[in-house]
Design a protein around this ligand. Structure first.
Ligand code: IMP
Ligand code: MG
Length: 183
């Protein structure tokens, strides 16, 4: 599926392509190298993907990090089927792996209001990871996380983006590129 296809789904379509598949792949490779260089090799590495949006990003990322690592997932709900954060966050599926003593990287598709991570990070930090870092493919920069996300793929425009794992009402996740939803 390339960027020229009209990815109309139902009555929704995209206004434009924001990040092409090849741009994403290049940037994901860079992020993987930065993660590898930024974390000591002797510490066990665990990447935790936030479902569902990060599943494609995480899959590409782990294949470019040149060291042994483990993968786990958690799912929080902070968005309904619409475009705006509900403001309340709920843990729907917890990590199974222990975080204790490990270098833990939370892999997120997009940081928008920051509500999800501001809620989640203290709860994960309480489980005693040696390090807790965030790698987000996209960051809308409406807010600055404290501490900030250590690795960010792209500083994204303040539009609703879909594709490469990101959805609108569960549609568009499968696109290999990222586009802006027509308003
Ligand atoms: P936050 O809590 O406002 O930072 O939002 C985080 C979550 O909202 C992300 O993990 C996404 O699931 C969702 N989200 C925020 N902005 C977008 C967007 O532009 N497209 C798709 N999902 C988004
Ligand atoms: Mg998400």
């Amino acid at each position: 599926m390339d960027e020229d296809m009209d990815p109309r789904i139902g009555n929704r379509s995209l206004s434009r392509v924001v990040y092409r598949a090849d741009q994403i792949q290049t940037r994901v490779g860079e992020l993987a190298a930065e993660i590898h260089q930024g974390l000591p090799e002797e510490d066990p590495l665990l990447l935790v993907g936030l479902l569902k949006g990060s599943f494609i990003f995480l899959a590409d990322l782990v294949r470019s990090i040149p060291r042994p690592l483990e993968v786990d997932f958690l799912r929080v709900a902070s968005y309904g089927t619409g475009r705006e954060s509900s403001g309340t966050v709920e843990l729907v599926h917890d990590v199974e792996a222990s975080l204790n003593g490990r270098s833990v990287v939370i892999v997120e598709d997009i940081i928008d209001s920051g509500t999800t991570l501001q809620w989640l990070l203290p709860r994960l930090r309480a489980r005693g990871p040696k390090r807790l870092e965030v790698c987000a493919l996209l960051h809308k920069d409406r807010v600055t996380l404290d501490p900030p996300a250590r690795w960010v793929g792209f500083h994204a425009p303040n539009e609703f983006l879909v594709g490469y794992g990101l959805d609108h009402a569960e549609a568009f996740r499968h696109l290999p590129y990222i586009g802006a939803l027509e308003s």
